[in-house]
Design a protein around this ligand. Sequence first.
Ligand SMILES: Cc1ncc(COP(=O)(O)O)c(C=O)c1O
Length: 455
Amino acid sequence: MGDNGWTHRSACYVLPVREILSAIEERLDTPTSRGLAEAVERAIRDGALAPGTRLPPIRTVATELVLSPTTVSAGWSLLLRAGVIHTDGRRGTTVAVPSPGGRYREALRHRAESDVDLSAGVPDPALLPGLRPALDALTVAGTTDSYADEPVLPELAAVLRADWPYPDGELAMVDGAMDGIELLARTTLRFGDRVVLEHPTFPSLIDLLTSLGIEPIGVRVDERGMNPAELARAMRQPVAAVFLQPRVHNPTGISMTPDRTAELANILEHHTAYIVEDDSAGVVTDLAPRSLGSWIPRRTIHVRSFAKSHGPDLRLAAISAPRELARELFGRRRLGQGSSSPVLQRILYGLLTDPGAVEQTARARAEYARRRRALAEALAAQDIHITGTHGLNVWVPVRDESAAVAHLVRLGIAVAPGSLFEVSAGSRPHIRVTAGLVAADHTGLAARIAEAARR
Ligand SMILES: Cc1ncc(COP(=O)(O)O)c(C=O)c1O
């Protein structure tokens, strides 16, 4: 496995150098490092350069394509960072073989082998609202004609607007937060773009962006949100988008405070970057929704997932975007799958309005808060102090990540290694433990985690 979810096949394809150079040259629009990286990436995507193809040395590429060796070297660096190519000492540079699931999914593949799986950040099925009343309210499934072009059912849009953190923006439903974020990334970002991410952040976001050849810049989060001084520093170079989790950040459980929101808005309003907000915990928390959209509505995209609160299998999230961008995003979506299933949207509408389902969601909220508090207190008794106040996960500092994960695996407990969440290297090691799945014996679990943390 490579750093970016790409695996590197040992076999090399030796294509004639002339053929490789022609494939790149035909796609070379601008003679810059980025232009070159884009050309190689396009040649791979078009199938002209197969995974495993060995690329000619930098000097050959530079001479034949009339570029400076520095430009070629910088282009290769962009491709290396994106995991599109791979350099392997004497064997040279080859086109990497993509691993389709990304680093995060790959890393969690074996979790089912543990007795207790606290690695995946998923909700407790026992705390999800029952579907029966919402299903009973459905009559037939085949009424999409009237709604075929609507990005969201009107009655669902009305419920969402009542609780949306800012009034502007066009609403749509997508098939989960990552579906919306992928749509946005593919529509607005280009290979080689720089984007700011919270450090740490949700690993699938890192996987998605690096797989598209986008360069993530990590900005640390503290107890109040993204660090403003670091953000201002990162914004000194061109940044295409800033991704943040305003409420119940995964993995730390912190939420952006109102004063921090204002500080970040002050910095970002002088730039052109899109602001992409991922409210993944949604209504699984009792904290009010928050957004930079009140300050910068023309560039803010806000995504709220219903996976944690109403069930991952509904695969639904709501997204709002400024009008112009919304037209582009939702227009593009119409060319493919169209809209998210209106049947599922009607079920979600039922779950958001049926008094019994609303009551169940409120009970789940209280129970998740109790479970997280209980584990945090039990860890504090072991002298382990965690950040954040809400959400399904706790972010536990450890002495050595691999040793901690391995120790817990031996005890039959799967947790997520913290390095998966890291955008930049050099932070203190952590593990992420899904406290939301732990109903009892928090003291026993905390003792095991503390043992692992000291290894
Ligand atoms: C921060 C963050 N974003 C996105 C997701 C994925 O959400 P969805 O299942 O709606 O795609 C998660 C799920 O854990 C998450 O924690």
